[in-house]
Design a protein around this ligand. Sequence first.
Ligand SMILES: *[C@@H]1O[C@H](CO)[C@@H](O)[C@H](O)[C@H]1NC(C)=O
Ligand SMILES: *[C@@H]1O[C@H](CO)[C@@H](O)[C@H](O)[C@H]1NC(C)=O
Length: 859
Amino acid sequence: MNRMQADHFGQHYKSSEESKMFRALRRLLVKKFGGVKRFLFFVTCVAIILYCLHSIFAGGSRQIWDVQGNTLNMSVDNGCGVECPPDHFSFYVRTGEKNTVKPTICFQGKIVLSPDVNAKSSGRGLNIALIDGKQFQVKEVKQFDTYVHGTQAPKRTDKIIITAFDTKKGDNDLIRYLKKGIPDDWIVIIATFDEAASGLRTDARKWLKLYGSSLIDGMAFRDSFVMVGQRGLLEGHAIEYINKRDKSEDYAAVLEKAGCFAMPLGPLGSLQVALPEMLQGKAIALGEALPHCGRSSQCPKGTVSVGTFTGFENAKPPYICVNGRIIMSENLNKGGRGFNVVTLSSQSLQPVTLMHADTYTSDSTDLELYLEALVNGDIVIAVVADDGAKKLSNSARDLLNTFGSGFIQNLRFRDVWYFVGQKGMEGFTTMEEISYAGYDGGWPKQLKGAFCVPRKLSGRKIIPDPEFFRFDERREFCKKFDGYPEFCDPAYVDDKLKTVGVADKVLQGHAIFDTPLIIVPGLNHNALVRTLETTLMQPGIKQNNVIIMWDEKFPEHAELAKLFGFKNASLPSSTKYMEQMGHALKESVNIFPSADHFIVVEEELLLAPDFLSFLAQCFSTLNSDPTLLAVSSWNFNGFEKTSGNRGIVYRVEEFPGMGFLVKKKAMAALTDSFPQCCTNRAWHGWKFEGEGHFEILMPDVSRVFRQPFHGIGQEEVFMTDLFLRPRTTSLEQPSPLQDLSSLMEREYEMYLNNLIAGCTVFPTANLGQCISGVEPPPDLSTEKHCLAIYFEQASSLDFVRLGEISRCFGLLSARNLRPKNLHNGMLRFWYQERHIFLVGSFTPYYKNKPAESDAVRLP
Ligand SMILES: *[C@@H]1O[C@H](CO)[C@@H](O)[C@H](O)[C@H]1NC(C)=O
Ligand SMILES: *[C@@H]1O[C@H](CO)[C@@H](O)[C@H](O)[C@H]1NC(C)=O
């Protein structure tokens, strides 16, 4: 009688229906055993004894002891220091010691592996001696480096790359060995050395459990582990020990065990459940009909129609169709999430086997084994649905690569993919597509394919660009950093960041393209991205001349630079933007010691499409005139109403900063005198110390746009005026500037005098009401010519009248501040499609006033 029967008995005992019979039985028990309790005790003892006896006869008999370090001298002790009863096998096993002394395995008195014997075959990870289940002889010794990871993400550039992954590394080989390399019932003796846990994934551990282990799940970094197991041995029946590493130690203590065991090691089960599931022959069900598998017409003879669909989100299931019938889908032939694979015979073009591997939850060894077992010529149709990438190993990808896949290397989380390839084919299949999930987890676009598949697939030599491009580095950036809603919009995150060539032949090879372009970012991330985007869009830009000078508080700006292909340099942390600008200018001179010019782009700017072209056209004038220091790309007076001629460039005495091209000399003057020169923003006025009289070139239409300035206080009328009124910015492709030669110092005077002399004199009486603010600015659209407005001054520094006239036209003129854009005290601008000159009586141009006409009087 065993325990089960006793339980059975107990149940009946409680049952009332047969209580009469049991009362009789009880009487008998009391008489023979002295009561029910005593009887049950007796039964339990018998059960335990029977169980023990059963265990002995069913295998599992063993005797194990610890070995104390040095007591065993392996070189003299023939039996490995172990003697066992007949029908038992002796073993001795010792893990490695740290990463210095290699492990020892001894079986039946014979050293299989030790620091002296066969040491070359042992190494980091798991060391396994394999013993056959019939003659009980050691057949081989294997080492698996399970420290390294089997799946390391391949490094990518924007082109797909194919790396020959070393599949010997990691646990792939171990899994394959445990799965396929060992016959049923054979024995393994395992000892770790150095580190064996890091690369040992769930699938590998699962397979060790199919050899009887139960402790393997607990093995962690640098733990020591030994095991004697057997293929098919039920979990928990192996001889196994683990030494956990003490957190304070580098390695766990050495494990050393010896003992005797009988065969089998314990109860054995079937491994069939663990082998990859495959449908073939009659097991393959036929699903719905899909005429020509989605093609519009029948496939030619010698080919078969094949249809693939990756499913829609997780709502519409994926399918594979062959010869007009769906043969794999969610509820058909076990299709579903992960890999759905159908193999066609190249002879019959009919499905021979089907397999499904949910590589979202399980490692991909099943898939690998399946693919490895196919024969050359087999045609493989595969569809990945929902997610198939999470646990897809590199060796699986490499395998599919040899089947003709060019895109599988790119498969990431939730990406979908379909493929028709052939084992042993050359080149890459033409029947493959991949589509990418959003970096934020958004679903990819669904893919549908329909083909006529021939017996022999011909591949192409080069992997084509996939229809969808995935910008991995940009996605990484977006996952890492917040605050870039535009740049990281999932709808655009894969947009390439590309340069364009110079369209204008005249500018080809121009020095402007070799001039360092310094970007000094502020705090607004989106604004910086816009600056970078519009910089990159400049025709002819060379990315390695662009440098982002980032404050050390924002290393992400360096990463942005990298995404755009620009250089970067970190600056010491600053509290004010002008401090950062000071650092940046100084550093630029260091980084580009041989540069003669610099282009500086301040924060919050968008560069017009012809920004560089504009600077390029001004370049030689700037160079040949020593009185010119820089070219500004922004006009103080570039408002909607007071500018609008893209061809005009002025000489002015101010320097507004923003985006400019500056000579090295001026740059040096600035950096030397920072911060005295430039505590304030440039639009408040920078002083070029020691430069005496200087001027800059300034366009009528600005070539940069500064984003609206927020957070301006009430008192800042000037700032409001500058940045909150509508402005004109060039939005067109480059076009030629006018009269560039007249911009040289001397030529400019002649040019101006000529122009002014040829202008109509504007009747001053018509300005009175406007100046006093009663009337709007005059409508001059019906005039035929340019206009000169003459006014009286008390001295050459009297700009009161000029200020009033400026305000009347809507030019920049905060009270108490000198009007901007003066040249020799004269102000010139573009208004209603004509030049207007405001000429004061103390300027050299007043001489052009016809004697008979009047001037605006002093107030
Ligand atoms: C083991 O025995 C050999 C031969 O007698 C001897 O030379 C060696 O020193 C011994 N090793 C140890 C560790 O005792
Ligand atoms: C920034 O520039 C330094 C120096 O040129 C370079 O070594 C580094 O890789 C750059 N950083 C990034 C993120 O590209």
